[in-house]
Write a protein that binds this ligand. Structure first.
Ligand SMILES: O=c1ccn([C@H]2C[C@H](O)[C@@H](COP(=O)(O)O)O2)c(=O)[nH]1
Ligand SMILES: [Zn+2]
Length: 165
């Protein structure tokens, strides 16, 4: 028997972990997940956008609009930052970060300062905003490569049926 042919690539695997992490997000509008991988293709961190530990996500706002303090924006910890902070205690120099959404300028700063050398993203839906333009400027200047994930996969289904393994 020859080996299975339609296995997923490393990029699809790690972006898949980022997307699965995003499923934990309570943000009703945009769920972002991120996954950090070292040079040996080992996962060393993962995270999603959510409130800081100890901040009850039923008590804080999830609105996008209104008075700043009544929106989610001052409170949500971004997926990329969470993945960096949640890392298993490693030096992240030379690591790659897979993220569902192109990192904002604040996440770009954290990525650069952590020593991460490559960003692989899925969506750049805020690509024309000042935040994204500042992010790209900093990443380029700091020599952090960024690229959109390459895949032909549109959907990937997981079955939790024990009879389907
Ligand atoms: O770099 C980023 C940028 C944004 N996020 C999170 C922060 C928010 O929870 C959502 C964006 O919400 P919108 O309703 O689309 O404005 O995405 C992130 O995790 N990382
Ligand atoms: Zn961010």
């Amino acid at each position: 028997m020859s080996k299975r042919a339609n296995y997923i690539s490393w990029d699809e695997y790690f972006m898949g972990v980022a997307l699965l992490s995003a499923k934990r997000s309570k943000d009703p509008s945009t769920q972002v997940g991120a996954c950090i991988v070292n040079t040996k293709n080992k996962i060393v961190g993962a995270g999603y956008n959510g409130l800081p530990a100890g901040c009850n996500d039923d008590e804080f706002p999830w609105d996008k609009q209104g008075a700043f303090l009544e929106t989610k924006y001052p409170y949500v910890c971004h997926a990329e930052l969470n993945a960096i902070l949640n890392n298993i205690g490693m030096d992240l120099h030379g690591c790659r970060i897979y993220t569902a959404l192109f990192p904002c300028n604040e996440c770009a700063k954290a990525i650069i300062q952590a020593g991460i050398s490559e960003v692989i993203f899925l969506s750049d839906k805020y690509g024309t905003t000042d935040s994204s333009l500042a992010s790209k400027r900093m990443l380029q200047t700091a020599g952090v490569i960024y690229r959109k994930v390459e895949t032909d996969i549109q959907h990937l289904q997981l079955s939790f049926k024990e009879t389907e393994i």
